[in-house]
Write a protein that binds this ligand. Sequence first.
Ligand code: GLY
Length: 438
Amino acid sequence: MKVLLVGGGGREHAIGEALVRGGAELYVVSKHKNPGLARLAKGYGLAKETDIEKVLEYAEKFGVELAFIGPEAPLEKGIVDTLEENGIPTVGPSREAAKLETDKAFARAFMERNEIPGRKVFRVFTDVSEMRSWVDDFGRPVVVKPIGLTGGKGVKVVGYQLRDNEEAKAYAEELIRRDGRVLIEERTDGVEFTLQVFSDGKRILPMPLVQDYPHAYENDEGPITGGMGSYSCSNGLLPFVMREDYEKALETLKATVEAMRKEGTPYKGILYGQFMLSKDGPVLIEYNARFGDPEAINVLPLLRTSLLEIAEGIVDGNLQRAEFESKATVVKYLAPKGYPTNPVRGVKVEVDEKAVEEVGARLYYASIDENFTLLGSRAIAVVGIAETLEEAERIAQGAIPHIKGELFYRRDVGTRESVEKRIGLMKEFGKEFEPNPC
Ligand code: GLY
């Protein structure tokens, strides 16, 4: 079957590889030519992913029978609606359903009216003085969020990016003046984790849990990025996420899909839940309407079921199974020096693919062109897959010396020490537990 993949990052390289492994004939449209996808694809169109008319033109030219959308920006523009109106079944939510990610005020109000578990106290403000007096009355630390897509960079939390509620009010005021609205939520203390599921609009099938490392620098310091790496464990849980926490998080996503269907905006595609595990259980931090990047690169290489079969199940409303190998994974992203604030661009990197293969690691290309020139965002992901986290981390780390250029990465992603730190934090937050093996 001919399948069009939209997007050209590391996440899409992993999706494309899994589609081809599952029997698809792959076609790609993205704004740059990803060297990994270029090798897998029968046809490649260059266009901005949000240029929906152009994407449709390519889809028709290639004669694809199915499309798969990688990133969120084209979902917000209604790419799924357009492709489907033109007879191309598409994996991804409609513009309305994608609001779970693209409109944070919608997402919180939706959770509230449907009593979805894992809710938070929140308010949306358009008026500066109302906002200021609510924050004063609330008294506890808050999180300030822009309503729309920000590439993960606009959210600010008291105690982290904001010193106190005074700074929170000033930032919220800035957002009201800029966007007309702002979302303010209570801060939840805990440790974050990701649960991704496939959804056909009625039924969901879960993937292994993943933990992302969003900070640019080691020891969780520096600016927030798209994610500098991530790990997953062979049992599908995380060392600090117990089976009952996982079940609760899954219940949140199940209730979400059920309520979306009841409200007449069925959600089909990938639903990503970013959770904060508090001492009282998982709280939903935000929904994403697509695979995570790098989280897709953890789970898709483990997928035993054909991704093409899953994609057909999603669009037909007939999802049957999604089975994963029981292995641990560690993904480390190499990003251009200066990323995310002032990245090096336009210089070449050298990749010894054979040596990377010899250490047993896999490579996924992202913001890098066919000539291996850096384009300014995360460039290359290396992945280790093994029985244990330690071994997976060792394999991923072994690949790093074979990639040379103006790049940096986080040595601590998936190391015992960093996992122990997260276990320690969870205990400090008051959760009593015996860590799961990983
Ligand atoms: N890694 C976080 C995201 O994909 O949004």
